[in-house]
Ligand binder design. Structure first.
Ligand SMILES: NC(=O)c1ccc[n+]([C@@H]2O[C@H](COP(=O)([O-])OP(=O)(O)OC[C@H]3O[C@@H](n4cnc5c(N)ncnc54)[C@H](O)[C@@H]3O)[C@@H](O)[C@H]2O)c1
Length: 377
């Protein structure tokens, strides 16, 4: 198979979907790899590093998209990339289609086989290709929040850890999954006082054991959320319903009740956001805006700020699936691996993921495997 790696074009996105180590493995398995010149530079990988492992370098993104059977990316394709879609071409990347009707439409219209990292799900319910980026984003969310709490950045001038004689800042985390847990680890490490709002009692028990009572857990309901949000210095949105739009847990009125100069970091913005006053993603170059005196941070690609760590963490997780797709071809790979099949969002012009289809309000056509391949039914 010819595997293509274009350079990411999203604002300040420096990750790359394949490393020289991944190139080495794909070549070992008999595949061809085409990398757009400069694609790895932001993560510290030079063209020469890829070439040394046998990659062919392409001068333009167009060349990569035209020649490759499978495109590997990090972020969702942007409108400038839609005209490059080809029927039957595999696009393997983060897609977040539940909140992106235009992109879903473009993929369906072109007949792309679109496999989303974020909906690949193991039988345990774990999301192995979301996990590494959630770990990074969760840890970053507190680092970012602490920075914007500084008066110089518009915050209320709070040091999260406090000092002897001065209480620490209150960190409220909505959702105690991977992002929430990693945020809690860093917030505790900085000396903050941490509350996690969760809806799953079993998860709350795990968190309680994990943190030995140093983190307070709170059942997710509007009453508890309103009271926690009011006290928060730093509010972190970290909820997820896989494949669906994020639930809006914090109303406009709750944001109005927050302290002036408090900070919201809505990590769940990539799924549409969990806070009523966050209705659009911001960018690394313009990461915040202020509403009701509260600093809002809504960058949808937080891990892009630490590309070296993120690229290595992401490709550690994606490479086994890339190899399976390349070695077996899409039909056999989807047939053999239910986790990979759950990643299939668009196939043959149809939406093949139930939660994505429901969020978009389009028909769901589950893909059925036949000897000849996957066909929507
Ligand atoms: N902005 C970014 O750069 C970035 C990076 C990584 C992940 N994310 C996003 O962060 C979000 C969280 O990801 P994750 O990996 O932690 O997911 P996860 O599935 O591990 O955790 C989500 C948690 O939310 C809880 N939850 C669901 N509904 C809830 C509700 N109504 N009230 C309280 N808790 C609720 C779930 O029980 C679960 O524990 C996702 O939207 C993901 O796409 C964003």
């Amino acid at each position: 198979m010819i595997v293509g790696v274009p350079k990411e074009i999203k604002d300040n996105e420096y990750r790359v979907a394949l490393t020289p180590a991944g190139t080495h493995l794909l070549k070992q398995h008999g595949h061809r790899v085409i990398v757009e010149s400069g694609a790895g530079a932001g993560s510290g990988f030079a063209d020469a590093d890829y070439a040394a492992e046998g990659a062919e370098l392409a001068a333009t993104a167009g060349e990569v998209w035209t020649r490759a059977d499978m495109i590997l990316k990090v972020k969702e394709p942007l409108p400038a990339e839609y005209p490059r879609f080809r029927e039957g071409q595999i696009v393997f990347t983060y897609l977040h289609l539940a909140a992106a009707g235009d992109l879903a439409g473009a993929l369906m219209q072109a007949g792309v086989t679109a496999i989303a990292y974020e909906t690949i799900q193991l039988s345990s319910g774990a999301l192995p290709l979301l996990t590494p980026m959630s770990e990074v984003a969760g840890r970053m969310s507190v680092q970012i929040g602490a920075q914007f709490l500084e008066a110089f950045h518009g915050g209320r001038g709070i040091l999260l850890g406090g000092v002897p004689g001065v209480p620490p800042g209150n960190v409220v985390i909505l959702g105690g999954g991977i992002v929430g847990t990693n945020a809690a680890k860093i917030a505790l490490g900085l000396g903050g006082s941490v509350v996690i709002v969760e809806k799953n009692p079993d998860r709350m028990r795990v968190l309680d054991d994990m943190f030995g009572g140093r983190v307070h857990t709170l059942m997710s309901n509007p009453y508890n959320i309103a009271s926690a949000v009011q006290k928060a210095d730093l509010l972190i949105g970290a909820v997820l319903i896989p494949g669906a739009r994020a639930p809006r847990l914090v109303s406009e009125e709750m944001v109005r009740s927050m302290k002036k100069g408090a900070v919201i970091v809505d990590v769940a913005v990539d799924q549409g956001g969990s806070i009523a006053t966050i209705d659009r993603a911001t960018s690394h170059s313009h990461p915040t805006y202020v509403k009701y005196g509260v600093v809002h941070y809504a960058v949808a690609n937080i891990p892009g700020a630490v590309p070296r760590t993120s690229t290595l963490a992401l490709t550690n997780a994606t490479l086994p699936y890339v190899l399976e797709l390349a070695d077996k071809g899409v039909a056999q790979a989807l047939s053999d691996n239910p986790a990979l099949l759950s990643g299939l969002n668009v196939y043959g012009g149809h939406c093949t993921h139930p939660a994505v289809a429901a969020s978009l309000g389009v028909a769901w056509k589950p893909a059925r495997m036949t000897g000849a391949g996957a066909v929507p039914v």
